[in-house]
Design a protein around this ligand. Structure first.
Ligand SMILES: Cc1cc2nc3c(=O)[nH]c(=O)nc-3n(C[C@H](O)[C@H](O)[C@H](O)COP(=O)(O)O)c2cc1C
Length: 187
């Protein structure tokens, strides 16, 4: 699978087959993430790999709290059940002091976005599935995984095998090329 195919066929996977994911697969994914670019090569990212079933169940619950969903106009997080049932969850964290901040732009989030896309493409290239889960109780996850308060939790990634019925998942619509690309000046 080349990079174009991996990018175009990656889908958010929110349910997983009842099959384990090996340590080797997880290590391959996270080793690939290390090659991502970052602000001044400072590599602000840190990852917590969770296999403990109780902890995974709790992380799923922490992605589905009404107090976090309601202000955003959601009643449920569609990824929560999949998180609770995944064989492995990777929690992507950042040390914001290990990146740039200029003109009110915090580049640790950019570094993390790039790293998380690398993670998702590596998952895809291995034939596995994941989804970027961005709604969660950050303090709850910090407490559960003993993450220090100066570290930001940026994303939760359940990793698992893609169930048969999700293998041909339709791509959610994308904006047309003309709407997002301008030539020579803003239009
Ligand atoms: C920063 C970010 C946060 C997201 N948070 C959630 C989430 O909390 N729950 C969920 O079900 N999907 C979440 N998603 C997945 C998006 O809904 C999904 O990427 C989008 O609908 C496009 O679908 P695709 O990934 O299959 O192309 C998130 C994606 C991103 C990039």
């Amino acid at each position: 699978m080349d990079v174009f195919e991996a990018i175009k066929t990656r889908r958010s996977i929110r349910r997983f087959a009842d099959k384990s994911v090996t340590d080797e697969e997880i290590n391959t994914i996270l080793d690939t993430v290390r090659y991502s670019p970052s602000w001044a090569n400072m590599q602000c990212w840190r990852f917590v790999v969770v296999r403990d079933k109780e902890k995974i169940k709790k992380i799923g619950e922490l992605t589905n709290l009404e107090s976090f969903l309601k202000p955003m106009g959601y009643t449920t997080n569609p990824a929560s059940k999949g998180v609770s049932e995944a064989p492995v969850v990777i929690v992507a964290c950042a040390d914001p002091t290990k990146s740039g901040k200029i003109w009110e732009q915090s580049y640790y989030l950019t570094d993390m976005g790039i790293a998380c896309q690398t993670l998702m493409l590596a998952v895809r290239a291995l034939g596995l599935g994941t989804v970027f889960v961005g709604i969660f109780d950050e303090d709850g996850i910090r407490k559960l995984l003993e993450i220090p308060t100066n570290i930001r939790v940026v994303g939760v990634f359940p990793i698992g095998h893609v169930p048969e019925e999700k293998k041909d998942a339709k791509m959610p619509p994308r904006k047309p090329f003309e709407e997002i690309v301008f030539y020579e000046k803003w239009r």
